[in-house]
Design a protein around this ligand. Structure first.
Ligand code: HXC
Length: 508
């Protein structure tokens, strides 16, 4: 008995060494943690329960029968994050470069299947050279099995991908189908074809970092959500992030006790809006002053920053926040901001996370670049997402709500549950000057000025909309948190169903 126990321990110790000391040292030299060290940071201490530690690949080509490493390049199992269950896989770059074999894929699929059955998030730590080249099509099949599960799990359990090393070829498509992607600066990259292939095909010379590094994907492409300085920062952020999310679409949003009074008054909000309508202010300030303890986890902060999306809590319960940002492009809706917010709204709706929308939007961005790149279709995504969402929707218009953008931003007409406006709100078909120049075309400058003042007096306020019931109440800015908290209490048991359908046909 003692000897069999010792044998088990010896086998475990060998498996834990992965590709061996030398390759572990090489991993550390790149500033990267190993697969197991990462899980130690991600999960509560001692909570990790490993599965399939002794799984080996089944390849016999290219001398692979003599190179078997227990675990086959991926560490899988479950653990807890602040006491809440998650399923995890962590690719081990020290074993065949973390490349994906048939068996490696089966291990990932096993924990995904379990996560779906029990209703718990899947967190994937990706660090892989892609398909296991020696296995050929068996590896491609393995990828597709993972892809299929990503799709089935979408909207059922939250899926978070951390890219912590290479992620190349078709391997990028599994993370791409998860809900959120975090990347590590300077050590992670994602591309369908790497710099060498790019050079051969298009003659472009580009570095891995510029082609698909963390900065590229969190600023330009929006493939990834947030970039972090190193592995530890990314993993600790993932813990904070998971804390905001429900375990599945069958579970309520998590509740976390908060010492922040639900009815906290913020007098400084009464002076947040500048005297001039053209002057910007930072919408982050409003968000931080409204949510519990100022804790706001922003997604895609560096992409389409004219709209802010992220999670906060009110009375300890998670809310999704969408807000126009007057500091960037005056908070206008354009292609990128529409796509960014639409995906976020759909995530919240899928997981029953109430949506709080702060509106200060001058309209959609004009121009040939926008029109020719399809602002109609992309703007429609956000409109569609808000309109189909059945979660509690609370809207606060702080200043401008002009034109189609007024309709889009969770208006009453799109089944906004409680739509508030600050007294500074201007709800109109467009800005006064533009409106007058159209209606009174050809008039003298004096007349235009006079008519503009008249238009402003008539429409640059929330009362016309409030008079029609399009705004439920004009509220004092300082009481915004209290109003939102009360609204969320009222709406806690909201039920609303869309007509039965197989699925909708959102303009993709
Ligand atoms: C098998 C691999 C591997 C792979 C790396 N290794 N990638 N083994 N299959 N795909 C092994 C190496 O042989 C090496 O083994 C170890 O991992 C570390 O690799 P290095 O090259 O020494 O590391 P590094 O210099 O850091 O470069 C990492 C890398 C490079 C950029 C990822 O290894 C690389 O370009 N690999 C191939 C990438 C690729 O083309 N993958 C297939 C993509 S197509 P030893 O024993 O020396 O430690 C694809 C299709 C999926 O993924 C489609 C799904 C639909």
């Amino acid at each position: 008995m003692t000897s069999t126990i010792a044998m088990l321990e010896a086998k475990r110790a060998a498996a834990k060494l992965g590709g061996g000391e030398k390759r572990i040292a090489a991993q550390h030299a790149k500033g990267k943690l190993t697969a197991r060290e990462r899980l130690d940071v991600l999960l509560d201490e001692g909570s990790f329960e490993e599965l399939d530690m002794f799984v080996e690949h089944n390849c016999t080509d290219f001398g692979m029968q003599d190179q078997r490493v227990p675990g086959d390049g991926v560490v899988t199992g479950s653990g807890t994050i602040n006491g809440r269950l998650v399923f995890v896989f962590s690719q081990d770059f020290t074993v065949f470069g973390g490349s994906l074999s048939e068996r490696h894929a089966q291990k990932i699929c096993k924990i995904m299947d379990m996560a779906l059955k029990v209703g718990a998030p899947v967190v994937g730590l990706n660090d892989s050279g892609g398909a296991r080249i020696q296995e050929g099509v068996a590896s491609l099949g393995g990828y597709a099995e993972v892809f299929q599960r990503n799709v089935l799990a979408s909207g059922v359990v939250p899926q978070l991908s951390l890219i912590m090393g290479p992620c190349a070829g078709g391997a990028v498509y599994s993370p791409a189908m998860t809900d959120f992607i975090f990347m590590v600066k300077d050590s992670s990259y994602m591309f369908v074809t790497g710099p060498d292939v790019v050079k051969t095909v298009t003659n472009e010379v580009v570095t891995q970092e510029a082609l698909g590094g963390a900065i590229t994907h969190t600023t330009k492409t929006s493939v990834a959500d947030v970039a972090f300085e190193n592995d530890i920062e990314a993993l600790l952020a993932a813990r904070d992030f998971i804390d905001f999310l429900p375990l599945s679409n069958r579970e309520p949003v998590p509740e976390r006790p908060s010492a922040d009074p639900w009815d906290r008054i913020e007098p400084s909000l009464d002076t947040l809006i500048p005297a001039s309508a053209n002057q910007p202010y930072d919408m982050h300030e409003l968000i931080r002053k409204v949510v519990d303890e100022g804790d706001f986890f922003e997604v895609q902060p560096a992409h389409a920053a004219n709209i802010l999306c992220g999670f906060g809590r009110i009375e300890g319960r998670t809310v999704g926040i969408v807000a126009n940002q007057p500091m960037v492009l005056a908070g206008v809706l354009d292609i990128n901001s529409s796509k960014k917010a639409a995906r976020f709204v759909r995530f919240c709706d899928a997981f029953e996370i109430p949506i709080v929308t702060f509106v200060d939007v001058p309209g959609f961005l004009p121009g040939t670049a926008q029109e020719h790149n399809g602002i109609i279709k992309h703007g429609a995504k956000l409109l569609f997402a808000y309109a189909e969402a059945t979660v509690p929707k609370i809207t606060v218009i702080t200043r401008k709500a002009y034109g189609g953008a007024y309709d889009v931003m969770a208006s009453k007409h799109l089944r906004g549950d409680l739509n508030y406006a600050w007294p500074t709100a201007e709800i109109a078909v467009m800005g006064a000057k533009g409106a007058v120049e159209i209606i009174f075309r050809g008039r003298t400058p004096d007349e235009i000025a006079e008519r503009t003042a008249e238009y402003e007096a008539r429409f640059a306020n929330p009362f016309v909309a409030a008079g029609k019931g399009f705004i439920d109440e004009v509220i004092q800015p300082h009481s915004t948190r209290r109003r939102i908290a009360l609204a969320l209490r009222k709406l806690k048991n909201k039920t609303l169903e869309n007509p039965w359908k197989k699925h909708d046909n959102i303009p993709l």
